[in-house]
Design a protein around this ligand. Sequence first.
Ligand code: HEC
Length: 135
Amino acid sequence: MKKVICLTAIAAAFALATPAYASSILDEYRNQAQQENPSFNGFSAERGKAFFLTQHATGKAETPACTSCHTNDPTQSGLTRAGKSIAPLAVSVSPDRYTDQRKVEKWFRRNCNSVLGRACTTIEKGDFITFMQTQ
Ligand code: HEC
């Protein structure tokens, strides 16, 4: 029980330290992308859109694309494989999206693995959020 309380306290402290808006998460990805690649010249909503709509099909057979669960229209609700509703990914309809770094990282990790069979790159993640901010 003590352990649970302790972990909760750490999680709460981390949440307080975590930036609470999408643009600061993007700033972090931007810094990271610059470090990884000196010729990086900014995220692209166009590339993010293409990434979102592409049938990658290099991960699990039942999830060839991000759209397999999130649909082709980011302003619409999606569906999990188990049939549970997923709130839209577009920032215009879900303003609380991309505001919790741990949540963002957790789902990129899971979903990129399912769809691509690998982690998403920093540029893919930044492009994706940049696109969703325009939606
Ligand atoms: C198997 C179904 C499924 C697929 C395929 C999928 N997602 Fe998701 N995604 C979810 C679920 C479930 C959530 C968490 C529920 C929620 O946030 O509403 C989520 C949440 C997210 C979030 C968190 C957003 C936030 O609130 O901060 C991101 C980012 C995300 N997905 C990106 C992607 C990307 C990129 C792809 C394609 C590479 C993808 N997803 C493919 C089911 C899926």
